[in-house]
Design a protein around this ligand. Structure first.
Ligand code: ADP
Ligand code: ZN
Ligand code: MG
Length: 479
């Protein structure tokens, strides 16, 4: 059967670390990157006789996430033990939720090149993260760091509604932006606070049954997720085309070879021997509690987008890019408050800032400068203190060494030359050096003017006021 007759099916389990100050069952800190085993206590180290106490913030954040994704919130919920051994899981079980998750039956709307599509959210539940193994290349052994043990997570499980890598990426980005907007997770992928288990299967187009899925765990970059899915779809089709059967298994994606490798047979729920955690009380939520959280939800990306279309007349595409990240969206709004020039701020974000983020493979939330610096940059250009080409240099500098743009200008000597005699001198010099361009212009080749202005800009290292240059060249050329 030709490959085009196959269809891929994907479902994602996303783990997001919650940005609570303390862990889920003890009062240890959750700060990322601390010295190993400095944020631990007898509870998260699983000493015998210790008892967990549920952090109320965790419930609040999970309910927030549920409400923001149109889930039903359980009035009656509980914690369960998921039993398995792993060296970084000292209790030998993980406290999670099994048959009574906090949130169920939600949805997220995504946008793709084929239009809008709704992706179902099966459930959102709370659980604890495990510790971390550091594989020590010198000793040949592995060292356990329990700082992450007990950091609160929500797991967001999607329905198997995704069909293409484009849909998967759109879904992940939308989910990430929602969590950022409601401020329950910083979603820093490079720090592992937003990671996805990717389930993939293939079937004949038109079939109503799903094929057997494989699962790739803990993926934390959009690029590797796309590559891994594409590889896995191909591999599964090959297996079927060669008369074989896809095994349900957990795979490891290897970024270097660009292949998946089998890790273990996929376990089923029954293998975990789930049972209600007897150390924790049931979670009962009142109508009032849920209502209060609903009322505290901030404006979500969809509504911000509509506002940008109407208030600032942004294009649909620009509004999508800016609202896709709360950081960009906040930067946009706050910079406008300072410079009152939405069009310019929009342009900076869509063109230069996006380009630099891309080049540096950075996430918007890693932008090192603040909204007031961007706002001031726009003002300096609007006032004519600097040209927009100097503006670009300042932006590059803001990424390297963020500080007040005026300070940067002073230190670098980048003030725009708007002094008439100075500009006139440059114009004269350039005209003298380029008699051919003068002849060209007089022969009707307008492009010659652009060339001359370009030369003058080069001569002044981008500091000459382009408007004045243009004007003065025109005056001279018309003589
Ligand atoms: P587990 O924890 O055992 O992986 P879950 O039910 O929590 O099981 O998650 C299963 C995930 O796999 C869901 O996101 C679901 O949408 C997805 N999924 C289930 N069946 C398929 C399939 N045949 N093909 C692709 N994805 C699937
Ligand atoms: Zn602790
Ligand atoms: Mg899974």
């Amino acid at each position: 059967m030709p490959r085009e007759d196959y269809e891929a099916v994907m479902g994602l389990e996303v783990h997001a670390e919650l940005s609570t100050k303390t862990k889920i069952f003890c009062s240890c800190k959750t700060t990322f990157g601390a010295e190993p085993n400095t944020q631990v206590c007898p509870i998260c180290m699983a000493m015998p006789g210790t008892l967990p106490v549920l952090n109320e913030k965790v419930v609040e954040y999970a309910v927030k996430a549920g409400l923001a994704t149109d889930c039903e919130i359980a009035r009656d919920s509980k914690n369960d033990r998921k039993n398995y051994f792993y060296p970084d899981l000292p209790k030998s079980y993980q406290i999670s939720q099994y048959d009574k998750p906090l949130c169920e039956h939600g949805k997220i709307e995504i946008e793709t090149s084929n239009g809008k599509k709704v992706i179902g959210i099966t459930r959102i539940h709370i659980e604890e993260d495990a510790g971390k193994l550091n594989h020590d290349e010198f000793s040949g052994g592995s060292l356990v760091d329990l700082n992450r043990a007990g950091v609160p997570l929500i797991e967001i499980v999607s329905e198997p509604d995704l069909r293409t890598t484009e849909e998967v990426e759109a879904y992940l980005k939308k989910l990430k932006s929602i969590l950022e907007y409601i401020e329950v997770s910083d979603c820093k992928m490079q720090e592992g606070s937003f990671r996805a288990d990717v389930n993939v299967s293939v079937r004949k187009k038109g079939d109503s049954n799903f094929g057997t899925r494989t699962e790739m765990k803990n993926m934390n970059s959009f690029r590797s997720i796309t590559r891994a899915i594409e590889y896995e779809i191909d591999r599964q089709i090959d297996v079927i085309e060669n008369g074989g059967k896809v095994d349900q298994e957990t795979l490891r994606w290897d970024e270097v070879s660009g292949k998946t490798f089998s890790m273990r047979d996929k376990e089923d729920a029954k293998d975990y021997r789930y049972f209600p955690d007897p150390d924790l009380v049931a979670i009962k939520l009142s109508e009032e509690y849920i209502e209060n959280i609903k009322n505290s939800l901030p404006e979500l990306p969809e509504s911000r987008k509509q506002r940008y279309l109407e208030e600032y007349k942004l294009s649909e595409k620009d509004a999508n890019i800016i609202t896709s990240s709360k950081y960009l969206s906040d930067l946009f709004e706050k910079a406008i408050e300072i410079c009152n020039n939405p069009k310019a701020v929009n342009n900076w974000i869509i063109s230069d800032i996006s380009r630099i983020l891309n080049e540096k493979e950075m996430e918007p939330n890693e932008i090192p400068f603040k909204f007031n610096e961007l706002g001031k940059l726009v003002i300096l250009i609007d006032k004519g203190t600097i040209s927009s080409s100097i503006g670009k240099k300042i932006l590059e500098e803001l990424f390297e060494n963020p500080k007040d743009p005026e300070q940067i200008i002073k230190e670098k000597g980048w003030i725009q030359i708007s002094d008439e005699t100075q500009i006139k001198e440059v114009v004269k010099k350039i005209l003298e050096a380029n008699p051919q361009s003068i002849a060209d212009y007089k022969a009707g080749k307008d492009r010659a003017l652009g060339f001359l202005v370009g030369q003058a800009m080069k001569e002044t290292k981008g500091k000459a006021n382009p408007k004045m240059l243009n004007q003065m060249f025109l005056e001279e050329l018309k003589k």
